[in-house]
Ligand binder design. Structure first.
Ligand code: AMP
Ligand code: ZN
Length: 141
């Protein structure tokens, strides 16, 4: 699906071939390449070719293609690097830690004892508060 590039976006420049990358995969809607600031060896990105900042804007079929490419790369990571686990991480907005506002999934190999701070402890929620928010969200779907 076509979507105008953003001239100031680093991932649009990679898609256009104006900035080099270690390209793992490319198809009609997606590109995957190595992250140049890896949290662990093998950290890669699956990126939409079009410039949509977040899940709020991207067409669902393109999001599905980006997820499929992330799965393809994750399978290669499992096969070749045999990590303890892999996180697929997709951030939306600066509050979620998104630094490049062009939709992408991280394929993040995990190593036992790494200090990547994605895991959290379970704290039981307040069921009344959960229900109130559930009702709001359900009505917005
Ligand atoms: P996020 O913070 O979720 O938006 O992730 C953006 C990711 O893009 C970070 O992990 C960066 O290391 C990565 N990144 C930024 N510039 C490049 C680049 N030129 N080539 C590869 N990865 C990049
Ligand atoms: Zn872009």
């Amino acid at each position: 699906m076509t979507q105008p590039a953003d001239g100031s976006c680093i991932f649009c420049k990679i898609v256009a071939g104006q900035i080099p990358c270690f390209k793992l995969h490319e198809d009609a809607n997606t590109i995957a390449f190595m992250d140049i600031n890896p949290v662990n060896p093998g950290h890669a990105l699956s990126v939409a070719k079009g410039h949509w900042p977040t899940v709020a804007e991207i067409p669902p079929e393109v999001l599905a293609d980006v997820a499929k490419t992330a799965q393809k790369v994750a399978k290669a990571v499992f096969k070749e690097l045999k990590p303890n686990g892999v996180n697929l991480l997709q951030a939306n907005g600066p509050g979620a830690g998104q630094s490049v506002p062009h939709l992408h999934f991280h394929i993040m190999p995990r190593v036992a004892g790494d200090d990547v701070s994605l895991n959290w402890e379970y704290k039981p929620g307040d069921m009344a508060a959960i229900k109130t928010i559930y009702e709001k969200l359900k009505a917005a779907l």
